[in-house]
Design a protein around this ligand. Structure first.
Ligand code: RB5
Length: 154
């Protein structure tokens, strides 16, 4: 499975720690930045660009899932959710992470680097990637979300 990671300047260290963690678990991880430059300076970026970039990578099939991080996880997930086909969920605890895969078929998980510590973030990642979409009645509701997109994307 291929996972795309993206973050803004508020979340580089957490993003890199998550990539290391997931690589150790055998996942293929693609880093969409941002990062530090060769002098150690943060390469500044705006969270809407990273949300869109990872969102487009997921929807095009370049990666299977996305992990996006900004200060709160909110701005970057709002941006990603504007890409038709993205279902990005901000999670600060494992229960929501499991349920958003099982019920909402979320294809992106978002974090706030200023909200969750790295050990909690790893637990949340485990819960999300170990869960499966349950389909059935949940598929109908996920289809209803797609219908809203279609209504406004003509
Ligand atoms: C950047 O300072 C901050 O606004 C951003 O990381 C994020 O929290 C926005 O939602």
């Amino acid at each position: 499975m291929k996972i795309g990671f993206g973050c803004d300047h508020a979340a580089i260290d957490l993003k890199n720690e998550m990539i290391d963690y997931m690589v150790q678990k055998g996942y293929e991880c693609i880093d969409y930045g941002t990062n530090y430059d060769e002098t150690g300076e943060i390469i500044k970026c705006d969270y809407p660009d990273k949300g869109r970039q990872v969102g487009e990578a997921v929807v095009s099939g370049e990666v299977d899932y996305g992990v996006i991080i900004c200060g709160t996880g909110i701005g970057i997930s709002m941006a990603a959710n504007k890409v038709p086909g993205v279902r990005a969920a901000v999670c600060s605890e494992p229960y929501s992470a499991r349920l958003t895969k099982q019920h909402n078929n979320a294809n992106i998980i978002a974090f706030g680097a200023r909200v969750v510590g790295s050990e909690l973030a790893k637990m949340i990642l485990d819960e999300f990637f170990n869960a499966e979409f349950e389909g059935g009645r949940h598929q109908r509701r996920v289809d209803m979300i797609s219908d809203i997109e279609k209504k406004y994307n003509k």
